[in-house]
Design a protein around this ligand. Structure first.
Ligand SMILES: Cc1ncc(COP(=O)(O)O)c(C=O)c1O
Length: 375
């Protein structure tokens, strides 16, 4: 029977406790949200939703085609200029998602005969970029600049190292300065995915590369998502103008994809302007993460010290992680649940995101619920 193998796979998933299901989501909910990536609490900010609505009224519900075909709106150009300037880069290119931005950056910068050195903890979109690229990918141990150096040393020809700046599963930061040094020793480029750094790390949320002194470097390219701290949707690649021009000409997820929806561009631009005006939001997200971590560990839970706004709490097994997250939800708290195959090391976790707009009482309530429902 066609697709008969799907049922076998489904049965294996059930036996392993790894079935994923979609839950309905209400527009308004009393749940305390520590599951979303809305780090700065901007997704529903009136200026951000108005930015989306105004853009849709002006430019329409969709972009109507690839920007190479239907043109670039002033809105997209403004977003690219302001995002690049904010993060300290010469130029930016906005794409329809952070996922598409990573595919664009890795595939366009790793031609046939090149080497891609990829951290074992990288996000799925960087991994898929490596799979799609014409270059050969080699995976190195997590956050290990010496392994990157050694791998680059064994290659003759163009090379690029790719890494998350803040790893999405455990919220730990990559050793960016040491990574850049290893790349420079071998004349290799560095592609950094700052999905979890933008809006949280660096002066006023300018991101992890900015904090590490790498912003604007001619051998560093950064990808970001507009869907986390900026409360919108979409992604961007930031870097030297010649790299951005190269992407416009070669990146298939830019060329063959409809441009970012005007509403998403408008929302992201409004959020970016808000963040520039209220830089304290970035530091607050980090402070909430550290407070969450401190309280969780004081309650005897095994949590990873956060380098940004992601707080990861170990769960004993995938089944218990799923039940734990469901029990939290039943008690009014929404948390993420990460388990195989979405985690590279096979460890299941509750994944909490620290939002800048969480109050002390909400942090206390979240920790109490997580403690009371622990398996
Ligand atoms: C590290 C990282 N990179 C890229 C992405 C993809 O971004 P987007 O959701 O905008 O496609 C995500 C999560 O969504 C992420 O966590």
């Amino acid at each position: 029977m066609a697709f008969g193998w799907i049922d076998e796979q489904a049965a294996r998933r059930r036996r392993a406790g790894l079935v994923r299901t979609l839950r309905p989501r209400a527009a308004g909910t009393a749940l305390l949200d520590l599951a979303s990536n809305d780090y700065l609490g901007l997704a529903r900010h009136p200026e951000v939703t108005e930015g989306a609505a105004r853009a849709a009224r002006t430019w329409g519900g969709g972009s109507t085609g690839s920007r190479l075909v239907t043109g670039t709106t002033e809105l997209h150009a403004e977003l690219e200029r302001e995002l690049a300037a904010f993060c300290g880069f010469e130029a930016a290119l906005v794409l329809s998602s952070g996922y598409a931005a990573n595919l664009a950056a890795v595939t366009a910068l790793a031609p046939h005969g090149s080497l891609i050195v990829s951290d074992a903890g990288n996000h799925a979109s960087l991994i898929d970029g490596c799979r799609l690229a014409r270059g050969t990918a080699q995976v190195t141990a997590h956050a290990d600049p010496d392994a990157v150096r050694k791998t680059l040393g064994g290659h003759d020809g163009p090379a690029v190292a790719v890494s998350d700046t803040v790893f999405s599963v455990d919220g730990d930061a990559a050793p960016l300065a040491a990574l850049a040094e290893a790349c420079r020793e071998h004349g290799a480029g560095l592609v950094l995915d700052d999905a979890h750094g933008l809006g949280v790390l660096g002066d006023g949320g300018r991101g992890a590369p900015y904090a590490a002194g790498l912003a604007g470097a001619d051998d560093v390219v950064v990808t970001v998502t507009l869907s986390k701290s900026l409360g919108s949707q979409g992604g961007a690649v930031l870097g030297p103008a010649r790299v951005i021009e190269h992407l416009v000409n070669t990146a298939r997820t830019f060329i063959f994809d409809t441009g970012l929806a005007p509403a998403a561009a408008g929302a992201a631009l409004a959020a970016l302007r808000l963040l520039r005006r209220e830089p304290g939001r970035a530091a607050r997200a980090g402070a909430v993460a550290r407070e969450l971590h401190g309280r969780l560990t004081a309650a005897g839970l095994e949590a990873v010290r956060p380098d940004a706004a992601v707080v990861s709490v170990r769960a004993p097994s995938p089944e218990q992680a799923v039940r734990w997250a469901a029990d939290c939800r039943a008690a009014g708290l929404s948390v993420g649940c990460f388990r195989p195959p979405s985690v590279p090391d096979g460890i299941s976790r509750l994944r909490l995101t620290a939002r800048a707009d969480l109050s002390g009482a909400e942090i206390e309530r979240a920790v109490r619920v997580i403690g009371e429902t622990r398996p």
